[in-house]
Design a protein around this ligand. Structure first.
Ligand code: YZS
Length: 263
């Protein structure tokens, strides 16, 4: 393979590609550098015509990914989650990737990493894994396509509970909602994922690519008019211009609970 990766391990064996997050000192936070490498790895896999991609953290990880790299979030009144946000870029790539991407989750999943995992086509997880969706804890004006991604994966009540409480949720609740396909002891996770990947890889790649696109189009078919979109953008701007947003980021770095005033 020609591309060199520093924050990932990338392997292609036969028709199966594996991307392993590899920045443990930052708990695999989704920095621009890491995401750029993920996009390059997916490009490579597209070129090599892999039929399934497995996205994983190193075996035994305590944290699958800590989510957005909070150090990269702007605090100068600019929108922190624009269309070009790195996490959004790779999510779009996964959604459009013409073969299934399986998230194989070990450990805790935070913030933007939850959306990343949920944008994968299938999720299998260790039975001790947890998922926390954190914008309300960080004061983040989460964007409408991101919220739609959460909603598309599960039911409205679970989606609201995760978004409003921002607390880590045990994987079994996500299995019950059909968001996670299987939660198994960590020792069984890799063989289960491989088995599933091989089953997919042996099927017709043309049909799978078609089904994936049809499902994507059907699940994204909530059109918003320009006026509604602009109203939501104005609400988001109120959030990223707020004192609470500054407080959320400040509290994160000071490792304390944020004190939100609603202003
Ligand atoms: O102090 P050093 O330099 O060693 O760095 C520490 C952490 O600052 C760093 N780190 C991160 N850096 C940037 N962005 C992050 N998200 C991030 N998370 C961690 O990694 C080094 C080791 O972290 P420690 O806290 O010392 O490790 P530990 O005590 O083992 O705790 C692990 C967890 C994962 C529990 C802890 O690091 C944590 O709570 N991290 C933040 C998780 C989180 O809330 N992520 C959501 C980020 N927000 C988003 O994705 C979206 C913007 S949103 O919130 O809207 O969904």
């Amino acid at each position: 393979m020609e591309t060199t990766f520093e924050q990932l391990e990338v392997a292609i064996t036969g028709k199966i590609g594996v991307i392993t997050l590899n920045n443990p000192s930052k708990h695999h936070a989704l920095s621009t550098a890491l995401i750029d490498e993920m996009c390059a790895a997916l490009e490579e896999m597209l070129y090599r015509q892999v039929r399934v991609v497995i996205l994983r953290a190193p075996a035994g990880s305590k944290v699958f990914s800590a989510g957005h790299d909070v150090r990269e979030l702007p605090t100068n009144g600019r929108d922190p989650l624009t269309y070009d946000d790195p996490v959004r870029r790779v999510i779009r790539m996964i959604e459009l990737f013409p073969a299934p991407v399986i998230a194989m989750v070990e450990g805790t999943v935070w913030g933007g990493a939850c959306e990343l995992v949920m944008s994968c086509d299938l999720i299998v997880a260790g039975d001790d894994s947890t998922f926390a969706v954190t914008p309300a804890k960080l004061g983040m004006p989460y964007n409408i396509s991101g919220v739609q991604n959460f909603l598309n994966t599960g039911g409205m009540p679970l989606c609201k509970e995760m978004l409003f409480t921002a607390q880590p949720m045990g994987v079994q609740r996500l299995v019950d909602q059909g968001i996670v396909s299987h939660a198994v002891p960590r020792a069984e996770l890799e063989s289960l994922t491989r088995r599933m990947a091989e089953q997919i890889a042996n099927n017709s790649p043309l049909v799978i690519s078609l089904l994936k696109e049809e499902l994507r189009l059907l699940s994204a078919s909530h059109n918003l008019g320009p006026e509604t979109f602009e109203r939501v953008q104005a609400m988001r701007r109120l959030v990223y211009d707020s004192k609470d947003y500054q407080e959320g980021i400040k509290a994160f770095f000071e490792k304390r609970a944020p004190q939100f005033q609603g202003e």
